[in-house]
Design a protein around this ligand. Structure first.
Ligand code: BTN
Length: 246
């Protein structure tokens, strides 16, 4: 990861650029980084605020020989890589919130968006999109633009984070984790994810639109679904929704 890095001043979305490059045959490990994004993409068609100079916006092209169903496992890699990079560059303690949010003191500091190109049986490529709020001045952002409480590493730690050093740490961790994934599968990375997410064995409330229920988290399955045991002993496989500790 990172043997070919493309740095752009401004683009619509690094995911979009990386996706196009991958379609044109870009090698595995190609990384696209931008100083600013004019149309940064969040999950569920949302916008990812991407002002210049202060944050990290990057997208990584991977070409694992896996089935499309298994591609969601790669989210474990980016989540854990971001958490490790935060720990190596700051004294902050990142928390993982299922499915793929990274929080500091309960506020979102990073977001991940994977996009894939696949055929029925196999993945052609996956783009891992990673956005981390490094030195964003939260006072400059109107709260009405934020769906959830958000923060930056500067805001929480009170110290500026060196963007180059952070990027290097992130790509290094991603490279290490991808090697583990290719050699041993998703289990070791999932185990670290679970340990860091601090929800195993905890009681949570799951909200899925109108439907809400509480239960004990037993773990995550190999596809990233949350396994929640209800009071009657039945185990629900939660594929989507919002989860909060109760
Ligand atoms: C989320 O909604 O939490 C996911 C946000 C993902 C943002 C990153 S920034 C780099 C990459 N390019 C994009 O357009 N989106 C991702």
């Amino acid at each position: 990861v990172g043997s070919n890095i493309i740095c752009l001043k401004e683009t619509e979305s690094t995911n979009k650029v990386a996706f196009t490059l991958a379609e044109e045959g870009a090698a595995e490990g190609t990384v696209v980084i931008a100083d600013a994004q004019s149309a940064g993409k969040g999950r569920l068609g949302r916008i990812w605020l991407s002002p210049p100079g202060v944050n990290l916006y990057c997208s990584v092209v991977l070409r694992p020989a896996i089935a499309p169903m298994a591609a969601c496992q790669l989210t474990f890699l980016s989540v854990v890589a971001v958490a490790r990079a935060i720990e190596s560059c700051t004294t902050l303690k990142p928390q993982i919130k299922w499915p793929n949010d990274i929080l500091i003191n309960g506020k979102k500091v990073a977001g991940l968006l994977n996009e894939m190109n696949a055929e029925t049986e196999k993945v052609n490529f996956v783009v891992l999109g990673i956005g981390v709020n490094l030195n964003l001045d939260m006072a400059s952002i109107s709260e009405s633009l934020l769906r959830h409480p958000a923060t930056s590493l500067l805001q929480e730690g009170g110290v500026e984070v060196d963007r180059l050093a952070f990027t290097r740490a992130l790509l290094l961790e991603l490279d290490r984790l991808y090697d583990v994934f290719l050699a041993e599968g998703e289990a070791p990375v999932r185990a670290e994810w679970l340990e860091r997410s601090a929800i195993k064995g905890r009681k949570v409330k799951v909200s899925q639109g109108e439907r809400e229920f509480t239960g004990m988290v037993q773990g995550v399955d190999s596809f990233g679904a949350l396994l929640v045991q209800l009071s009657d002993g039945k185990v629900e496989t939660v594929l989507s929704g919002d989860v909060a500790l109760v």
